[in-house]
Write a protein that binds this ligand. Structure first.
Ligand SMILES: NC(=O)C1=CN([C@@H]2O[C@H](COP(=O)(O)OP(=O)(O)OC[C@H]3O[C@@H](n4cnc5c(N)ncnc54)[C@H](O)[C@@H]3O)[C@@H](O)[C@H]2O)C=CC1
Ligand SMILES: O=C(O)C1=NCCCC1
Length: 369
C-alpha cells in the first residue's frame, strides 16, 4: 500500500512557475532524448552527454467518446531516464540536476466544448508522476497549461533550429521575422504571444474562422505590448494585423503556426511567398494530423517530426517523406538550406510533458510551494 497520499499541484500553482527558459530547456531536452542513441562505432570517448539519457515512450492510446471521434481521451505514458535540467532553465552546468521521470498524461480533446455557454477549453489534462524507484504515485499535476506551453515551446524550438539556424548560429537573436498565426484558439493565442516574447517579430498576422476571436487576440497583445513599453522592457515594436483569410495571413511571412481542428487544408502552395524560405509549425490535430496544410505544400517541403516512432503510428498517408526528428537536427547541426520550405509536424510527446512536469515540480520545490 502507498505510504502517503499523492501531492496535488493545482493549475494556479503550475501557472505561477511556468516561464519560457524553463519550458524551452525541458522540451529541447525531451526532443533530444527521444533521438535514438547512436550506436555506430560506439566511440565512448566521443559519446555526447545526451546519449546517457533513455526514453521509453509507447504510442498513446486513444479512446473515442463518440462515433464522430470528436471527443477523445488519450493516455500518454513516458519514462525519461538520466537527463539533466538546470534550476533556471539557462542550461548552466553549475545548477544542473540529474533527473529520471516516470509519468503518464491523461488528456481529453473535446472540440465541441468551444460551443458550450460559457465555452470550456477543448483540451483538458492531468499528469500523473510516479516514483521511478518504487512505482508509487507521487503527484498529480494539472496538465492543461503544461500541454499548451510545451506544444508552443516545441514550435519555438523548431523555429529556432529549422528556420533561424539556416542563417547563422545566432540568427534567432539577430534576425527579425514576420509571423502568421492561423487559428486563434488556446494554442494560437499562446503561439502568438510566445513568438513575440522569444524572437524579434516585425509583423504578426492573425487569422481565425470567426474574425472577432482574432481581433480579441490582437487587442490583448496590443495591451501587453503597451504595458511592456511603459515598463521599458518591450522586446521590439510588433505590427499586428487581423486578416480575413488564411491566404492573406501567410502570404508574406517567414514563419507560419497553424493550430485548428480543420480537416480541410487552410493554406496552399500558391499562398506562400514566391521567394520561399518559409517554416511552418503544423500543430493542429483533428482526425488527421496533417489536414490543415495542403498536399502541394508538403510535396515541396522538408518535413520534420518530434518522434519518428510516433509518426509511424499516427501519420499514415502523410503526403511527403519525413526527413527526420527535430532532436537529431539540434544534436547534429545539419540545418535546412536558406530557401527551403520546412514543416515541423508536431504530434506532441509524453516525454515533453514528463520533462516539463519535472521542471515545474523543481521550481515549486525551490520556492517552497
Ligand atoms: N501537436 C500537439 O502537441 C498538440 C496539438 N493540439 C491541437 O491543436 C489544435 C488547436 O487546439 P486548441 O487551440 O486547444 O483548440 P481551440 O478549440 O482552443 O482552438 C481551435 C481554433 O481552431 C479554429 N477552428 C476549428 N475548426 C476549424 C476549421 N474547420 N477551420 C478553421 N478553423 C477552425 C477555431 O476557430 C478555434 O479558434 C487542435 O487540433 C488540437 O488537437 C493540441 C494540443 C497539443
Ligand atoms: O499531445 C497532446 O497532448 C495532444 N495532442 C493532440 C490532441 C490532444 C492532446
Amino acid at each position: 500500500m502507498n505510504s502517503r497520499s499523492p501531492v496535488f499541484y493545482s493549475a494556479d500553482a503550475v501557472r505561477r512557475v511556468l516561464n519560457w527558459p524553463m519550458v524551452n530547456e525541458a522540451v529541447e531536452t525531451a526532443l533530444k532524448a527521444v533521438v535514438a542513441t547512436p550506436t555506430i562505432q560506439d566511440d565512448k570517448q566521443q559519446a555526447p552527454p545526451y546519449s546517457q539519457s533513455h526514453v521509453s515512450q509507447p504510442a498513446r492510446s486513444v479512446t473515442s467518446a463518440n462515433k464522430e471521434h470528436s471527443k477523445m481521451l488519450l493516455t500518454m505514458p513516458a519514462f525519461v531516464g538520466n537527463y539533466r535540467l538546470t534550476s533556471n532553465g539557462m542550461g548552466d552546468d553549475s545548477s544542473a540536476v540529474s533527473c529520471s521521470t516516470l509519468a503518464c498524461k491523461v488528456v481529453t480533446s473535446f472540440r465541441s466544448n468551444q460551443l458550450l455557454q460559457p465555452p470550456l477549453p477543448s483540451i483538458s489534462a492531468n499528469i500523473l508522476l510516479f516514483d521511478p524507484g518504487t512505482g508509487e504515485l507521487n503527484a498529480i499535476m494539472a496538465g492543461t497549461d503544461i500541454t499548451t506551453w510545451r506544444t508552443v515551446s516545441a514550435s519555438l524550438v523548431a523555429t529556432k533550429y529549422l528556420f533561424f539556424r539556416r542563417f547563422g548560429p545566432h540568427a534567432e537573436r539577430e534576425l527579425a521575422i514576420n509571423v502568421a498565426i492561423v487559428g486563434c484558439g488556446v494554442q494560437g493565442q499562446l503561439h502568438a504571444a510566445a513568438m513575440c516574447a522569444n524572437f524579434k517579430v516585425n509583423q504578426l498576422n492573425l487569422y481565425n474562422r470567426t474574425e472577432s476571436k482574432a481581433q480579441q487576440l490582437a487587442n490583448q497583445l496590443e495591451e501587453q505590448i503597451l504595458k511592456a513599453d511603459n515598463n521599458c522592457n518591450a522586446p521590439n515594436k510588433v505590427n499586428i494585423k487581423v486578416c480575413s483569410s488564411a491566404r492573406e495571413a501567410v502570404q508574406q511571412v517567414d514563419v507560419i503556426c497553424v493550430a485548428t481542428y480543420s480537416k480541410e487544408a487552410l493554406i496552399q502552395a500558391s499562398d506562400l511567398r514566391d521567394k520561399r524560405s518559409v517554416h511552418i509549425n503544423a500543430v493542429g490535430a483533428g482526425e488527421v494530423h496533417f489536414g490543415e496544410v495542403a498536399a502541394d505544400i508538403y510535396e515541396e517541403s522538408l518535413v520534420y517530426v518530434d518522434c519518428m516512432s510516433n509518426a509511424e503510428h499516427e501519420l499514415h498517408g502523410l503526403p511527403a517523406p519525413i526527413v527526420g526528428e527535430l532532436g537529431a537536427v539540434i544534436i547534429g547541426g545539419s540545418y535546412p538550406t536558406e530557401q527551403a520550405v520546412t514543416i515541423f509536424q508536431s504530434m506532441g510527446m509524453a516525454s515533453e510533458d514528463a520533462c516539463v512536469a519535472e521542471a515545474v515540480q523543481m521550481a515549486l520545490a525551490s520556492c517552497g510551494k
